[in-house]
Design a binder for this molecule. Sequence first.
Ligand code: SAM
Length: 311
Amino acid sequence: MKDNFGREITYLRVSVTQRCNLNCVYCGKTDCAKKETELSPATIRQLVRAFVACGIKKVRITGGEPLVRNDLCEIIAGIRSIGGVETCALTTNGVYLAQAAGALKAAGLDSVNISLDSTDGSTYRHLTGADMLKKVLAGLDEAERVGLRPIKVNAVLMKGVNSDGAGALIDLARRLRIDVRFIELMPFSAQGEDAALRVTGDEILTQFPFLRPLDPADGVAQYYAGEGFAGRVGLIRPITRKFCAGCNRIRLLSDGSVKPCLGYDTAYPLLPFLGDDERLREEIRQIILKKPAGHSFENQTAGHGLNRTGG
Ligand code: SAM
């Protein structure tokens, strides 16, 4: 369905947990809700089915870290069994992906985005608080092996922290048939120093002038090719090239509330309407109509960690 700005809302991001096994410096991980408060696979399926009745076609599972849930395959299979769901994707830090990839694929997962901010072990440990780089790279290999496609690597660069590793990340796209995308730092961590740390898309293009634009933009990312590259490089620029005018997404949080926009802490509870599917759908339609024109990250912090929303 369309929101009040004529945008077709077709993409649902489902955060299945606030828990996470990493502590990324820029995530500003806050108040991880207890496992007990997380929605069951059956409730997630019921809610997703109501969203699909309101026009959702694509579902992405996120978190916290979704692979900390040992019933994730059941959640995926439940979502996949809903008529009208065209794709079911996962965003993960990849730490547990090597052991889960085959089962996720068998459960009906289509594709995976892996968050990887550095291919240097000590930088990775500094950024995430864990010495897990080898596991993540093994997860990437396994995702490729079992056929989870497309595989996208998402990286957030910060000046003086991991920006010197951009070339090594781009090299993954040269060697592998994957997309490596750089997401501009958004103001979620409490420090509020994101503007000074942020590496913009334009700065990346200046540093790597061999990247040639591929048209048209694909979703929120603008893609680039390099000579002889097997994969692509993408830039996601929520700060310097806001893409709110084309936003097609809405977010279901792990407590069953709905966040129309990443930029605001407002979330609307859905659990009170679980007993009445028509009322539930009407509630979702009203929330979609409340979607704001866009975030204002360029001049405010979001005031909460991204582990609540899932990115
Ligand atoms: N745990 C999963 C993961 O690591 O991909 C899913 C949740 S995580 C919050 C989703 C994405 O949000 C990750 O790619 C992460 O890099 C990104 N992210 C977190 N904080 C961010 C920030 N301040 N600015 C930009 N991206 C951020």
